[in-house]
Structures are given as C-alpha cells and as structure tokens.
Design a protein. Structure first.
Lengths: 180, 395
C-alpha cells in the first residue's frame, strides 16, 4: 500500500469522524445550543403523550406533555398565572396573563415584570398568527430564562421558562391556539 | 330491512287533514303572537263649569290617566246672542287636542258644542284651563271621559256623526255607520241649551253606565253630557235620545255627536339598543329604550348579552319587572373579560310578546393593571446547576 493511498484513507476517516460528531449527541463542546436541542428532542416523545389545556377565561388552548402538573392562580384585577411543571425533570413554564390596553410592551411594564431589566437576543415570533417577541432574560429565582411575550385581545401574555428549556417551550407553544 | 318513511301519497285522509290543520294552525299561531286586539275599557270621567258671570277662565281637572289613554272632552255653551261661538280653542292650540265637532244650534237659547280628543303621552295631562265664552249671560259646562285600549293612531273608527236641532232640548246623537263592529265602542256627547236653571239627562238604553253630565245655570243654561256603550253596539248604531228632565220649550236647542271608538291592535313593544356606557375592564352599563309600547305597557325589560355575534347563545340576561311605558332604561353587567368583544341587545315584553333591539357590541377596556408578575414556576423549590444540569429540589 503506497503512502498516497494510506493518506487518502486517513483523510476519509477524519472527514467521517467529523461528520459523525456533528450528527451525534455530542456533549463535549462549549456551545450551549446542543444540550438545549437534546432536551427538546428528549421530550418530543413526552409531548406526543399530551393532554389539552383549555383556558375558558382567556380563551386559548394547547397541548402539553402529560407529565406536567398544572396549577392556576387568580392574581386579581383580571390577571392570572398558569403553571405547567415537572420539577423532577426540571421542565416547566409559567404563563402570566394580565389586562393590557397598549399595543406595545411599555418599558414600565417590562421593568415591573422583569426587575433585572435584561432582554437579550430579542427576536420576533408568531403564536397562532399573533405576533410577539422572544428573548432571553434573567430572573432572581430561576436564573437564566427564556421569555415569550405577546399581546392579544387586550391582554399581555408573558410565558417564561428556564433558558435550558427554550426549544422545548417553543415546541409546546407551536400548537397554541386562541379561541376566536 | 329498511323501514320506509311515509309519503303524502300513502297517508290516509285523517292524517292528511291533521297535517293540513297543523300547517295552517301554525300560521294562525305565528300571527296571533305578534299582535292582539285590545279591549277598550272605561277609566273615569270628570266635569266642571265656568263661573256665573261666564267670563274669564275655568279649570277642567282630569281623572288620573296613563300613557296611551284617550281623553274625550265635550264643552257645551248656551247663550242668547245668536253667534256661532268657537268653543274650546285653547284645547286645540294649547293642549294639543283634535277637534271632533264644533256645532252651533241657533234658537232663543243657543247651543254650542265642542268635542275634542287626545291620546295621553308619557307624561299625561292633569288639568286644562278653559276659556269662558258667550258673555256674562252664558253658561259653560264641560265633561270628559277617559278610555283605555283605544287605537292610539286612529281612535275614531269613522268620522264622528253630528247633529243639532232647535225647538227642543233633548239631544239626539245621530246614527253612526262604523267599520269595525268587533270591539268597537260608541260615545255620545250632547248639549242642551235651555232656561230652566237645572236638570239632568236620561241617557238612552246602553249608555247609562258611568254617564256624566253637568248643568250650568245663568241667563241661558247649558247641560252637557257624555255616555258610552260598550256592548250591543249595532252597525250602524243609533244611540237614541238624551232626554232632558226639564219641561221642553220651542225656545231651546241642542247639539250632539256620536263617536265610534276603534279598539287598539296591540303589538309587542318597540325597543332600541343604545350605546353602552361606563365600560371598565370587567363591567359595563347597557342602555336601551322602549320607543313605543305597542298599545300596552311592558311588564319586563332587560338585556341579553354574550360573545356570540348573533346572540344565538347568551352568557346572561338582565331582567327588570314592573310596568314600563316608553323611555330609556339601563342595567349593569359584570364579570366581563377585558379585551373580549361582547354583543348585547335590549328587549321588552308586554302581554302581546317580546321584541328586541338591534345587536350592539362593546369591548371591555383593558386598563393596564398595577400588578406585577410573580414568579410561581417551581415555587417552593430550590434550583441548582450541577455539572451543566439543572436540578430542582422540592422542599
């Protein structure tokens, strides 16, 4: 076997190894995206075993993994909080709904609900045709968070989860629908 | 084995007849709930006379009336000036009456008779100031009657019949050929001009109940009377003579009117939905108005509201019971959700049926709350990051 042939075989092996690393569940890198992606994939099966949550007060519904416990809180003044959580698997999210007359989220409202004032990587999102905004933030208790906020029918919706659950939450919110 | 449905061809005659009755019966039912013939009823009467000098004004105080009641006023004047007097001009000009007749009978003692009608509005009249006419030797006597259930648009079924005569003081209300024998009432009014200072009428058969009369004594004397017949009204109806109790004379005269009252065709009230007020994030005041009673006051009014634009299903109704004529009304609704569009309409019900106003809508305003978000996710737990993993410890 010539040196040239050995080199070609070696090069092919290197390329194949690299391709394998990109395709596989590789956790050794410093990029945080990968673990998040994996969590979403891991929970894909759980979302398939889902229940439908329907809120008759604010008139919306979506499917959620059936391992999540649901709790609702009436916060007064027309506001409410709905919790979906599975502490054992560190999965969960919170929906805070409040009457809101403005068409855009004011600085005052943002500071009132996010005392840290942190809003990173803001990007537009759409929920059942309703425009909103998603961003990373920080909460004194939860730490790094992922937030999806949108205004619909005179209400501001603030959906919060751990930053690590970003893709998982996006997957849940993908089947959100408003009762029109 | 399939069971065949019956067809018209294989139904027997009895079944067909039953279906026919059901079909036409349903039409009768549908139309009967939309309108109903009202029965006329007598409410009350009153009378008055002018002062003895026949000058100045005098007051006719009405019995208690309500909206849509028909008031008929007859003013009789007797004098000896041979002048056709204009009786009760201010009833028309000031109080909005319609003149039925203005009669004059010229003898030694003249008779003048003015008859008028008016349908009471939402704020019924209570009294009228009448002008004395004919001078200081004249007599003025006025009577009135109140009826309910009369067609408010066209209370006179046909043009009233009038007559007058001299050489006698016994009014003879003329025959009237009315259009609507079912439920029609006839009213007669007459004045006798005489000089016997007093006296009363004996009303003809069928007209004696509740008949009212008043005599005014001056140089010339007037006796004015009014009566009605509620049953046994023929077509044409010839009431008969109002016989005066005094000794007759060729110097005396009379004038008389016969009226056919048309019963009202009552309908359900007419209702409009007005713009909402006092809208908050969870409540609002709904407004409506009964613009027409349909001939009989409503006994219930309110609003139906919900989120369905056609209100085929409603979240709730607000109901108020009582005796309601025309006018606005309001009711509050609560437990609304801010930002949600609510549809509502006013309604009112009387003995004939229920009618609805137009469907309006409101959006409960979404005033920004003073609340701030409370983080309840994993509340009561501790969150730790270990080896790049999140571990939540429940307390």
């Amino acid at each position: 076997m010539s040196v040239k042939r050995v080199s070609i075989i070696f090069l092919i092996l290197i390329v194949a190894t690299l391709l394998f690393l990109f395709k596989s569940d590789f956790k050794g890198g410093a990029v945080s995206f990968w673990p998040v992606q994996n969590r979403a994939e891991q929970n894909q099966a759980k979302l398939e075993d889902s229940l439908v949550y329907k809120n008759t007060k604010y008139r919306f519904s979506f499917s959620y993994p059936d391992n999540l416990k649901v709790m609702e809180y009436d916060e007064g003044q027309g506001a409410g909080t709905i919790i979906f959580e599975d502490p054992a698997n560190a999965l969960g999210f919170q929906i805070f709904v409040l009457p809101y007359s403005a068409q855009e989220i004011s600085t005052d409202r943002f500071k009132k609900d996010v005392p840290s004032g942190i809003k990173l990587e803001e990007k537009p999102v759409t929920l059942d045709g309703v425009p909103g905004v998603a961003f990373f933030s920080q909460d004194g208790f939860l730490g790094d968070t992922y937030e999806v906020w949108f205004i619909y029918n005179g209400h501001l919706y603030e959906v919060t989860t751990l930053k690590e659950n970003t893709d998982w939450l996006n997957m849940v919110l993908n089947n959100w629908s408003f009762e029109r | 084995m399939k069971k065949r449905l019956p067809t018209l061809e294989n139904l027997n005659k009895v079944s067909k007849l039953f279906l026919l009755i059901l079909f036409f019966g349903s039409f009768v039912f549908v139309f009967s709930i939309k309108e109903a013939l009202a029965a006329i009823s007598y409410i009350n009467s009153s009378s008055c006379v002018s002062s003895d000098d026949g000058l100045g004004t005098y007051t006719l105080t009405l019995p208690t009336t309500q909206q849509n009641d028909l008031v008929i006023v007859a003013i009789g004047t007797a004098d000896n000036d041979n002048v056709n007097e204009d009786v009760g001009p201010n009833l028309v000009g000031t109080y909005g009456y319609t003149e039925v007749a203005d009669l004059f009978s010229d003898d030694t003692t003249d008779s003048n008779l003015g008859v008028f009608w008016k349908v009471m509005g939402a704020s019924p009249d209570t009294s009228y100031t009448l002008d004395s006419i004919g001078g200081n030797d004249a007599s003025n006597a006025a009577v009135c009657m109140v009826f309910r259930g009369v067609d408010t648009g066209t209370p006179m079924d046909v043009t009233p019949a009038t007559d007058s005569n001299i050489n006698t003081m016994h009014p003879n209300p003329p025959s009237i050929n009315h259009n609507n024998p079912s439920g029609v009432w006839t009213v007669i009014a007459g004045v006798a001009g005489h000089g016997i200072n007093s006296g009363t009428f004996t009303f003809p058969t069928g007209y004696t109940t509740d008949a009212v009369e008043r005599t005014h004594n001056d140089t010339s004397d007037a006796t004015t009377g009014m009566g009605y017949r509620s049953s046994g009204v023929s077509d044409p109806e010839d009431p008969g003579v109002m016989t005066h109790s005094g000794t007759d004379s060729t110097n005396y005269s009379w004038a008389a009117v016969t009226i056919a009252l048309r019963p009202a065709v009552n309908t359900a009230p007419t209702v409009t939905t007005n713009t909402e007020t006092n809208v908050t994030s969870n409540s609002a005041t709904l407004n409506g108005e009964i613009t027409a009673t349909g001939g009989v006051n409503a006994t219930e009014r309110g609003f139906a509201w919900g989120t369905d634009s056609g209100l085929s299903t409603v979240i709730g109704t607000t109901t108020e019971t009582g005796d309601f004529g025309t006018g606005t009304f309001s009711q509050n609704v609560s437990n609304l959700i801010a930002g949600v569009t609510y549809y509502f309409r006013a309604y009112a019900t009387n003995s004939v049926g229920t009618s609805y106003g137009n469907i309006d809508n409101l959006v409960a305003s979404a005033a920004d709350t003073t609340l701030s978000r409370k983080m309840r996710l994993f509340e009561g737990s501790t969150i730790k990051f270990t080896d790049g993993r999140i571990i939540i410890h429940q307390r």
